[in-house]
Design a binder for this molecule. Structure first.
Ligand SMILES: *[C@@H]1O[C@H](CO)[C@@H](O)[C@H](O)[C@H]1NC(C)=O
Length: 554
């Protein structure tokens, strides 16, 4: 009896050990591709630009990082509102609020009478970009809260910073000596391609500034090939040198060249997606997170709006020109044309119009100063979107699968509108050509030509279909870089090359010189050979003559 029990216990123990050991072995052998050590990171977000849409793209990322337990400090003009805090407190999300109530932010500031949508809008754009950068650097960086932060002994693990029209905020990277990521709320700026050494061959990659339609024809390529290097030179010698002066004052005169810091970013997150903006080569640390701002769920509409849309069985046009444009500055004859067309179509219209009353009342039109854009777009009766090609509204429409009419007005809107047009999902009208006839034609096409709807829905499918959501992708890259894995492995050596080496100009020059020399030597040799031959021939000829002379004498 005793021995049998011992035997049982013994065999159980052996079995148990075998089971434990084999699970242990399989656990040891299991491959692990994600570093799951969840440490709490200290993250600094730097958003020096006063345009709200630039911040809106990345706000979901900042909040998600806070939700994941990281401690996040955000320098911006867009602190979390009390309302937002009541809904979701996020105690480890701290704002450094740069807003000056006397100055405000860029909302409803674009005066449509001032627009010059022509070839020379690039010069206007550059002036606008520079003046916004001057303001952002001069007032933003000298804000008392920034001074306080720089004097404190605060430490961070990683910095997220907006990439747009200035590098003066890169001083923070030098000050805190941590890895950082660039965030681009739009197509990559030409100078950023340079800093990262990301491919931007002007023969087929249209620059963000021009609104060229792919594929580029000869004139487009000529324009693109001239404008891209022009913009890079302008940025280097005008923008960056101005930024450097301010940054040196704020961060100290031992601040390295801003270009050197800009060349050290660990990754660049870009608010585009190939399905919309087209295929192009990207470095592995240039990551598309297009649609990052699109909310995870659709909220129910307020009763009045829901009623208006539910009863619109013939379809509704959604009309919004975003947050920057003052609709009341629309030139009178253009406004008249818009009203006339909207009044006459057998459809309803829901319009973001920032003053209370329309010039005259129309039964089929509902106006609101503010609209929950994404929720409205998702209503099944919305059949067409009239907008300006701002990337947030455009991305939402692409996500939803709405056909569009786009009237690009400033900034990257020309570029975005051209992209949507290339995909067959949008009709574009240039602001100069906006009149009753062109708008009527576009509205008819948007509602009645089914190809736009079909293309928009196909595009929507491709746009949504990804290995991970843009938010997950952005979070992963932030944490990856914070773990120290970005820059040392992903940075392109191209960034260290001067332009003539990057474009192999030195190599080409040497090849030209060597091959010219070889060709020259070759021809000299042939000449020499020929003259030798003819000399020999001449000699033998004269010998023959002499011989015949001698013969005659005989
Ligand atoms: C579309 O076609 C219908 C029927 O031909 C017409 O009544 C309407 O005006 C057209 N345009 C729009 C925007 O609905």
């Amino acid at each position: 009896m005793y021995i049998r029990d011992m035997w049982r216990i013994y065999s159980f123990t052996v079995l148990f050990l075998i089971v434990v050991f084999s699970t242990y072995c399989s656990a040891v052998n299991e491959t692990q591709f994600v570093n799951t050590t969840k440490s709490k990171l200290k993250i600094l977000g730097v958003f020096g630009h006063l345009g709200k849409s630039h911040f809106d793209v990345f706000e979901p990322l900042l909040k998600e990082l806070a939700r994941r337990g990281h401690e996040i400090t955000v320098i911006s003009y867009f602190p979390r509102t009390d309302n937002a805090k009541a809904k979701e407190p996020l105690p480890n999300y701290k704002d450094i609020n740069l807003t000056d109530p006397k100055v405000g932010v860029y909302l409803d500031i674009i005066d449509l009478n001032q627009l010059k949508p022509s070839f020379f809008h690039v010069i206007n754009d550059l002036h606008l970009l520079r003046s916004m950068a001057d303001f952002a650097c001069n007032t933003g960086l000298r804000h008392p809260l920034i001074t306080e932060l720089l004097r404190s002994d605060e430490k961070f693990d990683v910095i997220l910073t907006e990439n747009f029209n200035t590098d003066c905020f890169l001083g923070f990277v030098h000050h805190f000596k941590v890895p950082y990521l660039f965030l681009s709320s739009h197509q990559i700026m030409p100078w950023t391609n340079n800093d990262m050494s990301n491919e931007d061959n002007p023969s087929y990659i249209p620059t963000i500034f021009m609104g060229l339609t792919r594929p580029l024809d000869f004139l487009d390529r000529l324009t693109n090939a001239l404008i891209v290097p022009f913009l890079k030179v302008v940025y280097e010698y005008w923008f960056r040198s101005a930024d450097q002066v301010i940054a040196n004052e704020v961060f100290g005169s031992n601040l390295p060249k801003l270009r050197k810091i800009a060349e050290q970013s660990s990754a660049l997150l870009v608010n585009t997606h190939s399905s919309l903006h087209g295929s192009r080569p990207q470095l592995p640390n240039v990551v598309e997170i297009g649609g990052l701002h699109i909310p995870p769920r659709i909220n129910p509409l307020s009763k009045d709006i829901a009623e208006f849309l539910d009863n619109a069985h013939d379809g509704v046009l959604f009309f919004s020109l975003g947050s920057m444009i003052k609709m009341t500055t629309m030139p009178q004859e253009k406004l008249d044309a818009i009203l006339k067309v909207l009044d006459s179509i057998p459809r309803k219209v829901i319009w973001k119009w920032e003053t209370d009353e329309l010039p005259h009342k129309m039964d089929n039109v509902m106006t609101r100063k503010w609209l929950p854009q994404f929720d409205v777009m998702n209503h099944p009766n919305i059949k067409c979107y009239l907008g300006h090609g701002g990337l947030l509204g455009l991305s939402e429409a692409v996500y939803v699968g709405l056909p569009m009419i786009l009237v690009p007005m400033f900034g990257d809107q020309f570029h975005n509108a051209a992209a949507a047009k290339t995909r067959g999902a949008a009709i574009t009208i240039s602001f100069n050509d906006l009149n009753e006839q062109s708008l009527r034609h576009a509205v008819d096409a948007c509602f009645n030509d089914t190809s736009y709807r079909e293309n928009a829905q196909r595009l929507s499918k491709a746009y949504r279909d990804r290995p991970a959501t843009p938010l997950k992708t952005a979070v992963w890259w932030t944490e990856y870089v914070a773990r120290g894995n970005g820059n040392p492995y992903f940075r392109s050596e191209g960034a260290d090359l001067p332009w003539y080496q990057y474009h192999l100009i030195d190599v080409v020059l040497v090849l030209i010189i060597v091959s010219t020399a070889l060709i020259y030597i070759f021809f000299r040799l042939i000449k020499l050979l020929l003259s030798l031959l003819s000399a020999i021939k001449g000699k033998s000829g004269s010998q023959a003559k002499e011989k015949s002379k001698l013969k005659k004498k005989d």
